[in-house]
Ligand binder design. Structure first.
Ligand SMILES: Nc1ncnc2c1ncn2[C@@H]1O[C@H](COP(=O)(O)OP(=O)(O)O)[C@@H](O)[C@H]1O
Ligand SMILES: [Mg+2]
Length: 346
């Protein structure tokens, strides 16, 4: 039997561009010997680079300027369908790659792809919409409020008043539709809350304000589509002042991952059940990492769902599956299989 041909999309116009390149290197390596791989670099401007140039990026070449033979996204992806690509693995984190826009283009090009579809991706990328959907199915979360730019501009004092009487601080303030902790702030009083909200409005016209949780950060990996499997639970152990920001996540090494985490069996069971409920409620598919807080009292609060979690071989999601008995190359193969199965069912 001839090998399946898999296109690996990486890069992309988000803050997580560089993480994506790293993840793609790991995925490429894992595919060796099993799949025919076609690396497809998506530039920061959103165009698709030809194979040679894409390979050079994986080897560390500069990735700034589009070459002359770069194509627009839809043309580039339609070419992939014509080139006999069987499935696409979009290793693109954050806005554009993870929020449904790329998925819509892949649908239009008629290509099966790994991960959630347009709806599941869009819902999960938008923190406020995720909260609403999860509330509807009874998944516990920290108290939260939506702040819209128009209301803020109209009467910021009234908005602040409403927030501070709704629930106590400290507060976390987040642009609704972004990742990698960009634009996220923590506030301890009304003055810094206003400042954090103003800052978050630089990135989005909808801002989420929620109560800070004093608890552990536990994460679980979901794999597959109806039925999905859940991995063991992992923990993010943050050094320093306890805010898991962009540099702590990706750069300064102050964070360690504990896999599997030490968790009370009853908490683990409840957390796993909630992860299944959340995954289905947002219509996620293929894979997701579901992130929780667990307080000292054992309260479990869902924080967010990532439909394209970090995917380097040392990232949390692959490590969760490794500890659950699925080695990295098998994980990649299972995801590609899931993409093909979904296609044949739709
Ligand atoms: N309500 C909260 N209480 C305590 N810590 C929080 C809260 N919200 C976010 N954080 C901290 O900020 C980090 C980033 O927030 P998160 O909502 O996960 O955004 P991102 O999409 O950038 O990952 C979390 O991993 C956690 O460390
Ligand atoms: Mg997060």
């Amino acid at each position: 039997m001839s090998r399946l041909k898999v296109a690996i999309l990486f890069g992309g116009p988000s803050e997580e561009h560089d993480v994506s390149v790293q993840s793609a290197r790991s995925v490429m390596q894992a595919c060796k010997g099993t799949f025919d791989v076609l690396p497809v670099f998506v530039s920061k401007q959103g165009s698709v680079w030809p194979e040679d140039a894409s390979r050079r990026v994986l080897e560390g070449a500069p990735n700034g300027l589009d070459p002359e033979d770069a194509e627009t996204l839809l043309d580039g992806l339609t070419d992939l369908a014509a080139a006999g690509v069987d499935a696409v693995f979009p290793v693109l984190h954050g806005p554009f790659g993870e929020d449904g826009r790329l998925q819509a283009v892949l649908e239009a090009a008629g290509l099966p792809y790994v991960g959630s579809g347009v709806l599941g991706s869009a819902v999960s990328m938008d923190k406020i919409t995720t909260k609403r959907v999860l509330q509807a199915v009874g998944v516990p979360q920290t108290p939260w409020r939506e702040v819209r730019a128009a209301d803020w501009q109209h009467d910021a004092e009234a908005v602040l008043e409403d927030l501070t009487v709704s629930f106590e601080g400290p507060w976390f303030v987040k642009p609704s539709n972004l990742g990698s902790s960009v634009g996220i702030g923590k506030a301890h009083d009304a003055g810094s809350l206003a400042e954090a909200i103003r800052d978050a409005f630089r990135y989005d016209r909808r801002v989420l304000v929620e109560r800070a949780v004093d608890g552990r950060e536990l994460e679980i990996g979901m794999l597959g589509t109806q039925p999905a499997r859940a991995s063991v639970i992992g923990e993010i152990v943050v050094g320093g002042d306890g805010f898991y920001d962009y540099s702590a996540k990706y750069q300064d090494g102050s964070t360690t991952l504990q896999v599997p985490a030490e968790v009370d069996p009853q908490v683990a069971e409840r957390l796993t059940a909630l992860a299944h409920t959340a995954y289905a409620a947002v219509d996620a598919a293929g894979l997701a990492r579901v992130d929780f807080f667990v307080t000292q009292d054992g309260d479990i609060l869902l924080n967010e769902i990532n439909t394209l979690p970090g995917f380097t071989d040392v990232s949390m999601y692959p490590r969760l599956w490794e500890a659950s008995g699925v080695a990295y190359p098998d994980l990649v193969a299972a995801l590609i299989q899931d993409a093909l199965t979904k296609r044949s069912q739709s």
